[in-house]
Design a protein around this ligand. Structure first.
Ligand code: SIN
Length: 280
């Protein structure tokens, strides 16, 4: 099977045609898709109208197997698919509207995430991706060395603890979020990480799931993390992904941040999501 790859022309992202993801994939096609994914960091497959949840699971397994998904209840009848859902009349704050790397607070964060469009609004609802290999590469050598020396402390507490943003006071949300005390745990990770498959260095995750820097006071770490966040999301590092019906997107959590955007008030939006396990 021969894939056609069209780069987005932005900081990352490519569109892939010439493959039917509803059918089982042969090993050559799987490896071509993975190579393209590692190169472009975010890949979109349009016109996948025949793709259902079975095909989404099969694709995720082919790309590396299922990652853990804490704090979400899966959709009915599946263990590894969650719905990113907003009903047309919903008034809760948008889900995931801040830059983040999926589940960076886990000991082994997922290598990637897949989203399959189920219900796409006629306007808005784009997902933004920020290339963190480019963001790191554009820093001065002195700054790179300093950041390489830091260990970030990650936690889900701000989002998924009982007092967090999606905690017990978050009423009326259609997504099946399950806050818990597990979100209070912390997990150290180097702030700058070498991509385990490509060897490139990237800034890993950002303020939000990063709640501090090892050995640094909060007074010192807070401004540093906010300054870094502003750098990490600069326009020159960003790809704006526009959703279409029948589209599958897969991104590389080791090299991009992402965030949701609004602009579809009065319309329903639903995507089915799986995470891809960390590379062994
Ligand atoms: C997510 O962060 O998983 C959701 C992104 C989106 O809804 O665009």
């Amino acid at each position: 099977m021969s894939l056609k790859v069209e780069p987005s022309g932005q900081a990352c992202g490519a569109r892939i045609t010439g493959v039917d993801l509803a059918a089982p994939l042969d090993p050559d096609t799987i490896s071509e898709i993975r190579v393209t994914w590692l190169k472009h960091r975010v890949i979109a497959f349009p016109d996948q109208g025949a793709m259902d949840d079975d095909a989404l699971e099969r694709f995720t397994i082919a790309m590396g197997g299922f990652g853990k998904d804490p704090f979400f209840a899966p959709i009915e009848g599946r263990n590894n698919i969650a719905a990113i859902l907003r009903e047309a009349d919903e008034t809760t704050p948008l889900f995931a509207e801040n830059w983040h790397t999926d589940w960076s607070f886990l000991e082994k964060p997922p290598s990637g995430t897949c989203l399959l469009s189920i219900d796409i609004p006629p306007t808005g609802g784009d997902t933004l991706f920020a290339n963190q290999i480019a963001a790191f590469a554009a820093l001065s050598e002195e700054r790179k060395d300093y950041l390489r020396s830091l260990t970030a402390i990650h936690s889900a507490r701000g989002a998924y603890s009982k007092n967090g943003f999606y905690g017990e006071k978050d009423e009326g949300r259609s997504m099946a979020i399950r806050p818990s005390d597990d979100a209070l745990a912390t997990q150290p990770h180097p702030l700058v990480q070498r991509h385990p498959e490509t060897g490139e260095e990237a800034l890993f995750s950002c303020a939000g799931y990063i709640v501090g820097i090892d050995g640094m006071s909060d007074e010192e770490a807070g401004p540093l993390l906010m300054e870094l966040l502003a750098w990490q999301g600069r326009d020159e590092f960003v790809y704006r992904h526009k959703w279409e019906p029948d589209m599958l997107v897969m991104w590389d959590n080791r090299s991009v941040l992402h965030k949701a955007t609004g602009g579809y008030e009065g319309h329903r939006r639903e995507l089915h999501r799986t995470t891809i396990a960390a590379a062994a």
